[in-house]
Design a protein around this ligand. Structure first.
Ligand SMILES: *Cc1c(COP(=O)(O)O)cnc(C)c1O
Length: 429
């Protein structure tokens, strides 16, 4: 028998193996607190001398089982669920960067993350420099400073769906003695495992494909255990120096490779909260059990739709790396050989007006700000999320005024294509 379980098996069974008479499905442990027999037992938990549950803000069995399943899928040493994807990216950075620190981030990232890094972090005294991920290594390297604590990037960007050259980014981060933290929301661990390419920490908005049914907001941080914090002890005192709030415990000494993720739980969750609820964790568990099937399906359906769009004279351009003539097709074959996800970006001739008539004529494909779940949906940033900007300002922000983001769901791809076809015809009138 082969030793390593495949992703499909982990999706279904990872993180929970019931013994005799226990529930087959992962139970929801709907309890804020946990019982102990002696005062001594409880005291040892508070000193982190024993592992165990005592309060759901720090840890809960359902949350832990789901985190463990995602951790196994990503190939990490430990994971922690958060209340949202925003919270995951916030805590992933805050765990090793505080006032006076500096972050380097790629600029083609999710709008919410861009605001978090570009605006809110400044208020916490953390400076962020943005770089173009396609710039040469020497160029990107110039953004790093002595007080830089991490390099942040997205594995598959939104809305341009460009693939990060993870190996290049890891090389730059490590040359500057900082970890590479990547948001892997769009490909999911089914289609890309960034830790295998040199990333150190992975985050997700589980709200997207992992949940997949549009029911629960959530996030997760996975620790690859690969970064040597002690080699840069002065840069990361929170992990390498004694923590007075735990009687002088040092995370790297006490928890070794799992120092980062343990601190995220015992320190950040203790002090800032923002936990996932066990009920929502249970929904995430249901999503995970079919994630492998859904990712395969959306990537295949998106390919069909992309090929159809290419056959239409109304198409101005399309970005979908699974297409052979996409400029990043080779990179797709390297990092995501089984497919990317269901999201593509395209533009039609005829400008904003034609695009709006096209979108208004769609029946099955719905107009939504959401993306990456079981429903096929479309968004036109110039008319929706970026509508306050002029075409010139959009160009400066790197958003083509004609760009539409299409996220293919689990409906029959032929029905999606028929809907697009009738809407293209209707838009001409
Ligand atoms: C949606 C999204 C987020 C934010 O996640 P929420 O769960 O909505 O807080 C972060 N990163 C990416 C890539 C996303 O698509």
């Amino acid at each position: 028998m082969k030793k390593k379980l495949s992703k499909a098996t982990i999706c279904v069974q990872g993180g929970y193996s019931p013994s005799k008479g226990e529930p087959r499905q992962m139970p929801i442990v709907q309890s804020t607190t946990f019982k102990y027999d002696t005062s001594e037992q409880m005291a040892r938990l508070f000193d982190l001398e024993d592992a165990g549950y005592f309060y759901t803000r720090l840890a809960n069995p359902t949350n832990d089982m789901v985190a463990s399943r995602i951790n196994q899928l990503e190939g990490g040493v430990g994971a922690m669920l958060t209340s949202s994807g925003q919270a995951a990216n916030f805590f992933a950075c805050l765990n090793i960067c505080e006032a006076g620190g500096h972050i380097v981030s790629t600029s083609a990232i999710y709008g919410g993350t861009f605001n978090l890094l570009g605006a809110s972090f400044a208020k916490l005294g953390i400076e962020v420099s943005f770089v173009d991920q396609e710039a040469p290594e020497e160029e990107i390297a110039k953004a790093f400073r002595p007080n830089t604590k991490l390099f942040f990037a997205e594995v598959l960007t939104n809305p341009g769906v460009r693939i990060l050259d993870i190996e290049k980014m890891a090389r730059i981060a490590h040359a500057h003695g900082v970890p590479l933290i990547v948001d892997n929301t769009f490909p999911t661990p089914i289609h890309c495992r960034p830790l295998e390419w040199g990333a150190d920490i992975v985050t997700h908005s589980t709200t997207k494909y992992i949940d997949g049914h549009g029911v629960s907001v959530g996030g997760v941080i996975v620790d690859g255990g690969s970064f040597d914090w002690d080699a840069y002890a002065d840069k990361f005192p929170g992990l390498t120096k004694p923590d007075p709030t735990y009687h002088g415990l040092t995370y790297t000494k006490a928890f070794g490779k799992a120092a980062y993720i343990t601190k995220a739980t015992t320190h950040l969750m203790r002090d800032f909260g923002s936990i996932q609820s066990p009920q929502n964790a249970f929904y995430i568990n249901l999503g995970l059990q079919t994630l492998h099937l859904r990712m395969e399906r959306v990537a295949a359906s998106a390919m069909k739709v992309a090929e159809y769009l290419k056959s239409r004279p109304e198409l101005k351009w399309i970005l979908f790396t699974q297409l052979e003539d996409d400029p990043q097709h080779d990179r797709q074959l390297k990092y995501m050989p089984e497919g990317t996800c269901g999201v593509m970006a395209f533009a039609l001739h005829g400008g904003r007006e034609f695009a709006n008539r096209f979108m208004d004529a769609l029946r099955l494909v719905t107009i939504e700000t959401h993306v990456a779940d079981c429903y096929t949906c479309i968004l036109h940033p110039a008319s929706h999320t970026h509508r306050q900007l002029t075409d010139e300002q959009l160009a400066e922000a790197g958003v083509d005024p004609d760009l539409m983001r299409l996220s293919i769901g689990l409906e029959d791809p032929d029905d999606i294509i028929s809907d697009i076809e009738q809407a293209l015809e209707a838009a001409k009138n």
